[in-house]
Each structure stands twice: as C-alpha cells, then as structure tokens.
Write a protein that binds this ligand. Structure first.
Ligand code: SF4
Length: 927
C-alpha cells in the first residue's frame, strides 16, 4: 500500500485560477480538493475542478499520447519514433523551410493552456532564434479584444481589479459573461456577497437568459452586437443626471469631450430600440445607469460576449468608459474587470505570447522595446515585421505562404471560425507538428509529427489568473510514457534547430536555451519584467512557496502594506491598480475612445434570419480533450443541441429532439433542436465544445465567421447568421457499450461519418459507457444486416452470448450482451423508447432478469412501460451527489423547498455549480 501524498497546484481550466490540492501516491492521482488557503477560491471548486482527478483514471490515460509519432508522407500511417529522431526530423524540416523560404515561412500556434514558462520558451524560439513574429495563440480567440480595450483606454494590458472587489461592490454589472457556468467559483463569491449585502444590485447584460441573468436584479437582454449602443446610453443617462465625476475626468483623463458629443445622440429610447429591449427598455436603461451612478462602488465583469465581436475593442472601451466617467476605478469594489477564459491567458500576455507583442508588455512596433528584448535574450535582433494573428496565420497556411506549422496545446481544427477552410489549410500544409496531451483531437488528424506533452498534475511552472495572481502549478506524478513538459519540448527542439540554422542569431555565443528546470525560465522571464508595469522582480518560486500565490506588480523590495486596498490571506502584491489616478499612458491620463454603434459582420437577412450564438456549458471545457474523457461530465448536457425560442421552432414545425439542418454562409450542420426559455426570438445557441470527435460535422465553428475586430484581430465567434429547417428522419439507431479499457470512443469515431447524422458521447458515473446515436434521412434505406453485423463487431457485441432479435418487416433490430448477469452492451435499430432505460441499466449494472423477455418481444413499447421497470433519470443536475432532474422534479412536486431538497439529497451542497438551476427548478413549481 502506497502512502498518500498531497501536492498543491492550480486548476487547469478557467481563468479564475483556483488552488487545488492533489491527492496521489507519487504514481497515480486519486483525488483533488480545493485549497482552502488559495485566495482565488478559499477551498471551493466547481464541477470541472472537482473532477480533475478523473482525467487521470486508467481509462482516461488510455486516451493519452505517450510516444512521438511520425509519418513520412501525408498518405503514410504515423509510426512511433524516439524523441531524438522526432526532434531531428522536425529541426531538419523547419531549417530547410527557413533556409529556402525565409523565417516567415514557418509559424507557431500556441495556447492559453500553456504555463508561463512554456509560453516564454516558444516566444524566444520564434522571435529570438528563428527571427519570425509568426507566433500567435488561441488567446487571440478569447482575450485579444480585452487586451486592446485596456491598452486603448488605460494604457496597459492590466486588469485593475481583484476578486475581493466583488465583496465590496454596491453595483455589479456583468456583461457578455455567464459567470454561473463559465467562472462558477467567482459566481459562488457573488452569491455570498449578495447574501451578506442584499442591497447590492446585480445587472446582467446578455442576449440569453442564462443562469447568471436569471438571478439578476435587472436583465438587459440586448440584441447581439448592440453592447456599444447600450454602454453609450448608460453614459448618456449618467451625464444627463449629473452622475459623472467631473473632477476625476478633468484630473485623470483625456478625450471626454469628443465622446460626450457622441453619446448625446444615444438616448435611452433610441437605444432601447437598437438593443431590442421592448417596451420597458427605456426605463431599464435609465434604471441601470442610476444604479451604477448612485452606487458608491461599481464593478463590471465581462468576458467573451464583449470580446468575440468584430468591434470587440470598442465594446471593451465602452464599458471601461463608465468607470472612467464616474471615477469608479482603483478603489475597493470598483473597476472594469475582464475575466479571462483560459487558465493562463494572462501569463501568455505577460511574456508577449502574441504576434504583435513582446515580453513583459513590450510592443513589437517599438524599436527600443525590440532592442531591449534582443539584449535580454542575447540575439542580434527581434524582427520588426509584425507576425500574423491567428486568422491571417491560418489563411497564410492555406495560401502556401506558411509551409511548416507547429501547434502546441490547442485544437484549431475545432476552435477557429470557418472550419472548412481551416481544415483545408491544415491538409495542405507541407509539415504540421502537433504537441498534445490527447492522442485524438480534431487537429491531431492533420499532424505529420505528433509529440506527447505532459498534462495537468504532471507539469511544473506558473500561471496567472484574471486578477493578476501568479500561482504555482506543481507536478504530482510523472507524465505517462515518454510525454515531456511543453517548455522542455520547445527547448529541445530549439537546440536541435539552432545547430542546423546557417545564420546564427545569438549575440554572445552563449546557449540560448540552457534551461534544465521551469524555475530557470521563470527567473529569466522575471528579469525581463523589471521596470515594466508588471514588474515581478521581487517574486520567486521560493516566495510563492512560503507566502502563496501573489498578484503583480511585485517589484523587488515589495513588502506587506504595499497594497492599495484590503488584502486577503497572505497576499502581499498590489491588489488593485490606478488608486492614485495615474494611468499607464505616456501622460498618465486614461483615454476615452470615441466609440459608435456599428452593425455585426455577418448580418442576418431573409435567407439567414437567425442569430447563432456560441459559448460554454457548465461541465465541459473547450474542445473536450480533457473533460471529454470523464463520463459524468456529460450527464448535465449529454449531447449537442441547438437551443431555439419555442416560437421559432413552431414556425418551422419543429418539436424537441427533431433533427435540423442549420445553414449559414460558410456551411451546414445537422444536429438536434431543443426549445429553450433562455433564448429570445430569432436567436439560437450552440455550445462551443462539441467537435468532430463527438458528432458528425465540425461543430459550431463550421458556421462562424473569420471576420475580426480591426484592432484586436479577434474573430466574431459570438455571432453568425443562419437558417434552420427540419431534416426529416426515417430511422434511428442506438448503441451503448461499457468500456473498461478506455479505447472504444476512439475506435468508433469512423462510424460518425457513416450516417446522415450521429453523436458519439460518454455516459456513466464510475462506469465508462460509450454511446452512439445515429439517424438516417427519410429516403435512406435502413442499415443493412451486414452493416449491423460490422457495427456489432466494432462494439464487441458479436459474441455468441449476445441476444439478438431482427424483425425484417418493421426494421426492428435488437442486440444485447449480458455478461456476469449485467447488461454490458446494446445495439437497437428503430427502437427508440427504451434507449435511455437500457443505457441506465448498463451504467447502474442493474438486474437483468426481465430483460431477456423484452429483448425477444418484437414490441416497440419500452419495458418501463410494459414491465413496470424503472425509467430513465433524466439529466444529472448535481454532479457531486449524482442527483437527477426527474428526482428533483418529483421532490419539488411533492412540496420540497430548496432546503428540504438539499437535506434529502445533498444536491448543491458541495461545489454549488448546480445551485442556480436548483433554485430555478424549485421556483417553477406550480402552486
Ligand atoms: Fe477550475 Fe472551476 Fe475554479 Fe475555474 S472555477 S479554476 S474551472 S475549479
């Protein structure tokens, strides 16, 4: 028996940056819990953080990439190779390409999931060693408008707030963020703050009635793309009612006169119309402005709803204006607070991890900054030519300008917009390297060279969360197989490449990549920040070890008491910026940017009359390369659906679960439809997580537009114009199979393309069950006996012990495998009503005595109907305690309130992620 160890680290998912304690025996991770001493979460975790250890089960690890794999041609299969052979091959290909076509013929596309140290090495490799600025990151898709918005107004990419401001604010304005689902631990803090101070106002701006909007004092359900009009109208009211801080504006800002003239036209009545706020809209805008203006402290939280827009920079500037105009910035409970989506989007920005940035918030366009970085790195120069941001970078891959592409820790074949073109680009690229944790993402299929990377629980380094807090990420167990830390892969490759490049760029002859530990890289990064706005000259691994995670800036000599507000726990960095009213611009004054309402890029019209919005689910993360191996994380939302307003469905003759065809200007996607009370008329929503591994089709980004903000170059992922129509189906097929090994999901993926539409998902709690559902159009013949036999074999249901019924007259086919008196697999064709019941039976390993009777009866009625057996439980609302929708509905119908429900079932008493939904379910009881 091994001793149980504990290692403090950080959650690998969102930008809240929760501290975790990993429980392990030095070899295997067995559990995770929130770190009570971490100031980001004080011990709390959400459903995703709570299940991090389940990404390390034997079945989950079976889906990891553990050896380098190389293919010698696009047609050849990939074969395992040794690391030195893999890196030599990569270095040869990159060196040949650079020598023949120049440094800008290669590119790197990296990730906000990387640690700061990983990011730092990749930047030095591209900008320092190779001499190209063609390095961009998936943060371009989520945070670059926030960066541009802060820089345009406050002068630096520095969120001025801290989480503690939530506790102190009197008015919280949340815009374009479903905090309840995307940043759940922060939402718990908001709930606690409102409970402690019920007078605090919560305003939510969101086209959808999300769980966050549901609990707001005022929900402004604006039309997509009308944020600037709304914020200008709020400023109009603040001006009109004398609620601005003229002294602050005069002393600390510039450019107000011009904006003041612009917002004069943005009357509440006109803007209520622009925003589609209906009859109450004018008064709601006035109310929101009054709450914001009258509140002693006002805080705004915002995220992708503002950023992922063709005018994302101005969206950000417009909300920041409200704080500058009222002087509500740099004080407890005040400020414009951009929430980061990814765990280290901030760290990537700090090391200049984008095509237009340089280390420590330096500007690529600034010759002095380039010279400083070149000197720090010991290279001859950093090229002045800006690199290509993400959209242009993949366009250059498509056109053949970029001939060698290195992708690290991200999945652009799912996450970029206009995916059909991205897939074309990746297929054409002469040499693609993918550095990944997972053996299968939508991008790995395009890799000529696949390199296994270490993942959460296996890596060492730092990340920075939304409130500028730098936390340590620590390895608890060794990485599986031959997987290596991302920074080590980059440094090993850099050394191999350096020996092959004819033009040596090193100034001093010293090794450019001498690192043996992550800490050495951190120390070099630290040196690059000294004297900059994010100066961390006083920070070290040892200090974080001793004093916990710290906020920047943290210059040398920082001691307790340098905070500009209250502090929490052991933190001694600067809690909030700009308390002295001096901003990071050349003259110290913040800038108002004259912003106007402008139309969306992908306009709706008679052919494409519906808005398509995309975003997150409560229990999944990005492209699901990690949450997609944890079956219980599918229980809340089991499969992809398009959410629509009931009226729009009725107009099209649609009912829940119908198969639909969603068509936009860049493609068509089949999926199922569900009516949703969260949707406004003419608006639809599809989560971003579902990609080609889980459904037929490429996911929502098959339909989204690559048109981007002109400054931030962030694409408009939050809106596409689409049409929806029914796709008439003739038959349905269902299969579910227990998978004790963890190999079946990957093995079944080719089947997705053999049907008009299909999904391949997971279900189960402690048992992993893979579920395939497929549909055929009305004019499609039923699956042939040969096809069913082939699928049975793929599922391992071709055993002589399987019970089989085929009714050629009705097309009914049933096949079930019972092993050790447990149902372990089913394949059903044209039998739909028993699917959930049978899947539950596999998951629960329940009794099977009546099952054989039903299997051999050529009836369409499910056994729950005919035999009185239990029916499906519905969605799992509380993942911590496995409490299902139907159980809660029954309790609520029986009169239980939330407290009684929690007493009976514990739901919502652990991570709390389900609390908003529980409250809603209790509130909807018919008295
Ligand atoms: Fe992780 Fe959830 Fe915390 Fe985000 S809120 S860091 S996903 S535990």
């Amino acid at each position: 028996m091994h001793e149980l160890n504990e290692t403090r680290s950080t959650c690998a998912y969102c930008g809240v940056g929760c501290g975790v304690i990993i429980e392990h025996d030095g070899t295997h991770i067995s559990g995770v819990r929130g770190d009570p001493d971490h100031p980001a979460n004080f011990g709390r975790l959400c459903t995703k953080g709570n299940t991090l250890h389940l990404t390390m089960t034997p079945q989950a690890l079976a889906q990891r990439l553990t050896q380098p794999q190389l293919r010698v041609s696009k047609e050849a299969p990939r074969q395992s190779v040794r690391w030195d052979a893999a890196l030599d091959h990569a270095a040869d290909r990159f060196a040949q390409t650079i020598e023949t076509h120049g440094p800008d013929s290669v590119a790197f596309y990296i990730s906000g999931q990387l640690l700061t140290e990983d990011y730092y090495v990749f930047n030095k490799l591209a900008k320092g060693l190779i001499g190209t600025n063609n390095i961009d990151t998936n943060s371009r898709l989520c945070m670059s408008s926030a960066v541009a918005g802060y820089k345009a107004t406050l002068g630096a990419d520095a969120p001025p707030c801290c989480y503690e401001d939530i506790d102190h604010t009197d008015c919280l304005l949340i815009a374009g963020a479903n905090t309840a689902w995307a940043h759940p631990v922060l939402f718990r803090r908001i709930e606690a703050a409102r409970k402690a101070r019920p007078e605090m106002k919560l305003i939510v701006v969101d086209p959808r009635r999300t769980d966050t909007a549901e609990v707001a004092d005022l929900h402004l359900a604006i039309l997509p793309g009308t944020d600037i009009a709304l914020f200008n109208a709020l400023l109009h009211v603040l001006l009109h009612e004398g609620k601005i801080d003229e002294a602050f504006i005069a002393a600390h800002t510039e450019g107000f006169a011009s904006l003041k003239a612009t917002v004069r036209d943005f009357t509440p009545a006109m803007v209520a119309d622009i925003c589609g706020l209906g009859a109450r809209g004018t008064q709601d805008i006035i109310t929101a402005a009054r709450w914001f203006g009258d509140a002693p402290a006002a805080l705004s939280l915002y995220c992708q709803g503002l950023n992922q827009s063709c005018h994302g920079t101005d969206n950000n500037a417009a909300i920041i204006h409200l704080h500058l105009a009222t002087g509500k910035i740099g004080k407890p409970g005040c400020g414009p607070f951009s929430l980061t989506g990814q765990p280290n989007a901030m760290g990537g920005r700090e090391v200049g991890g984008m095509a237009n940035l340089l280390s420590a918030h330096r500007e690529l366009a600034n010759p002095q900054h380039r010279a400083e970085v070149a000197q720090l790195w010991g290279v001859t120069d950093v090229p002045a030519k800006p690199g290509l941001p993400a959209i242009e970078l993949f366009e250059a891959v498509h056109s053949g300008q970029i001939k060698a592409l290195w992708i690290a820790c991200t999945n652009p074949a799912q996450s970029l917009p206009d995916l059909t073109r991205v897939h074309e680009a990746l297929a054409r690229c002469p040499f693609v390297v993918v550095q990944e944790v997972s053996a299968q993402t939508d991008t790995t299929a395009f890799a000529d060279l696949l390199l296994p990377a270490a993942g959460w629980g296996e890596k060492d380094g730092t990340v920075t969360n939304s409130e500028r807090r730098i936390s340590r990420v620590r390895a608890a167990v060794p990485a599986p197989g031959e997987a290596r830390a991302d920074w080590r892969i980059a440094a090993d490759f850099a050394r191999a490449l350096e020996t092959r490049l004819k033009s040596r760029r090193s100034n001093y002859g010293a090794a450019l990549f001498p690192y043996t530990t992550a800490e050495e890289i951190f120390n070099e990064h630290r040196a690059s920040t000294v004297g900059r706005d994010l100066d961390i000259g006083g920070l070290s691994y040892a200090l974080i070890e001793a004093r916990g995670a710290q906020q920047w800036p943290f210059p040398a000599g920082t001691s307790v008491g340098t905070t500009t507000g209250t502090t929490t726990g052991t933190t001694i960095g600067v809690a909030r910026l700009y308390a002295d009213g001096v901003f990071a611009t050349a003259n110290g004054r913040a800038r108002f940017k004259d912003v106007e309402h402008r139309p969306l890029a992908d306009m709706t019209d008679a052919h494409f009359p519906l808005h398509l919005n995309s975003g997150r689910l409560r229990d999944h993360w990005h492209g699901m390369s990690r949450t997609g191996v944890v079956p219980r994380l599918f229980a809340h939302t089991p499969e992809p659906v398009l959410e629509m307003h009931p009226r729009d469905m009725a107009r099209r003759g649609l009912v829940n679960d119908d198969l639909i065809r969603v068509t936009g200007r860049r493609g068509t996607l089949l999926l199922r439809v569900a009516s949703s009370a969260a949707m406004q008329p003419a608006q639809t929503y599809m989560p971003m997580h579902w990609g080609g591994r889980f459904m037929r089709g490429l996911g929502v980004n098959q339909l989204t537009t690559p048109i981007a903000d002109p400054v931030s170059r962030q694409p408009e992922l939050k809106h596409a114009a689409v049409q929806v129509e029914k796709f008439p189906t003739g038959w349905q097929l269902t299969a579910a199979r227990r998978d004790d090994v963890g190999s079946l999901h990957a093995a079944l993926q080719p089947w997705l393309k053999r049907f008009d539409y299909a999904t391949l998902t997971l279900t189960g709690r402690d048992t992993l069950v893979v579920a395939l559902r497929a549909w055929g159009g009305v004019d499609r013949p039923l699956p042939s006996a040969e096809m069913l036999a082939e699928l049975s074999a793929a599922l391992g249901l071709d055993s002589h012990r399987a019970v089989t019924l085929n009714d050629t007259q009705t097309g009914l086919a049933k096949r079930a495998l019972i092993e050790d008196d447990q149902l372990t697999g089913i394949l059903l064709c044209n039998e739909t009503r028993a699917t959930e019941w049978l899947t539950d039976l596999i998951v629960s390993r329940g009794p099977t005595q009546e099952l054989r009777n039903w299997l051999l009866a050529p009836l369409f009625a499910p056994p729950s109907f005919t035999l009185g057996l239990p029916s499906a439980r519905g969605r799992i609302i509380c993942n911590c305690f496995d409490v299902a929708e139907h159980e809660i509905q029954a309790d609520v119908a029986a009169g239980l309130d939330l407290a009684a429900l929690q007493k009976k079932r514990n739901c919502g008493t652990s991570c709390g992620s389900c609390l908003p939904e529980l409250r809603r379910m209790v509130a909807t009881r018919v008295e």
